[in-house]
Write a protein that binds this ligand. Structure first.
Ligand code: ZN
Length: 287
């Protein structure tokens, strides 16, 4: 058996790592620390590039930084693969992630440049947290005071729009109804606007979470833009892409997060593109 995905590692960190003071670790030691990545766009060909960015090199540089930050988990919010979700893309991704996956569970959401069937040829189903949702790849991660729900908005491979779909929306509504009131964040690939390339059932998503004020934040990627906004009292966090930006003004990189019952602290790691915001901190409160 060579297939092996999301494998929880031995938990043994390399000795030197514990001595390095990075990011949010020292200040918010009690929080649930999560590395938030999106849009890695890994091609099978390591020389694959777009707009002068090499997604393989970018992720290869980000993985040791994530390991240094010692998060409890990492999440990739979709568009893990280059364009069409080829098996070779996922094999390359798995190899790049393996130093991290040996230490930290890595949860992969699916986006419009992923292919669900190919994805599962390379990555095994989650060992824990996997939810039974027809045709979708959904995970729930719970800690005291905090719950993360990784949703699946992949509708068509290599076309722009996304959809949660009725079965997933119904599952989410029932899940939110039956679970306790701990602060909940949703993670999904697609942007939540009303454009033809956004999450096509975004309004229905907001309608279904409205009776559940415990849903405090939604994280997403897709636009390759870093931004924090709000809608109907829900914090919206657009994660930068790891692979490349679409505009020179946007950072490329990842976000270190520390969740608590009172909110989430975010630290931007802008590793390429516009790096002006590198190291900037954002505190979203809901407690
Ligand atoms: Zn993308």
């Amino acid at each position: 058996m060579t297939r092996r995905g999301f494998v929880r590692g031995t938990g043994l960190a390399v000795a030197g790592l514990a001595l390095r003071s990075t990011g949010l670790r020292s200040a918010e030691a009690t929080g649930f620390r999560v590395a938030l990545l999106s849009d890695t766009h890994i091609p099978a060909d390591p020389q694959g590039q777009y707009r002068g960015f090499f997604p393989v090199r970018n992720l290869a540089a980000v993985v040791p930084a994530v390991i240094s930050a010692q998060p409890e988990i990492a999440v990739i919010c979709g568009d893990a693969a280059r364009l069409t979700g080829e098996v070779g893309d996922y094999e390359a991704l798995k190899a790049l992630l393996s130093p991290l996956a040996e230490r930290t569970p890595v949860y992969l959401g699916l986006g419009n440049h992923d292919n669900r069937a190919n994805f599962f040829q390379v990555f095994d189903p989650l060992p824990e947290g996997r939810q039974e949702v027809s045709g979708k790849h959904v995970a729930v991660i719970e800690r005291p005071g905090v719950r993360l729900i990784v949703l699946d908005s992949l509708l068509y491979v290599d076309r722009v729009a996304g959809l949660l779909g009725k079965a997933q929306r119904q599952w989410l509504a029932e899940f939110l109804e039956k679970t306790d009131d701990r602060a909940t964040a949703l993670l999904v690939h697609h942007t939540l606007g009303d454009g033809d390339g956004d999450l096509l059932d975004a309004d229905r998503l907001f309608a279904l979470i409205r009776p559940h004020p415990k849903v405090r934040a939604i994280f997403f990627g897709h636009s390759h833009v870093w931004g924090i906004t709000e809608r109907a009292g829900v914090h919206l966090v657009n994660l930068p892409a790891v692979g490349y930006n679409f505009r020179d003004q946007d950072p490329v990189g990842w976000v270190e997060a520390s969740f608590s019952a009172a909110g989430v602290d975010l630290l931007l790691h802008a590793t390429a593109g516009n790096r002006d915001g590198d190291g900037s901190r954002h505190s979203l409160r809901w407690g």
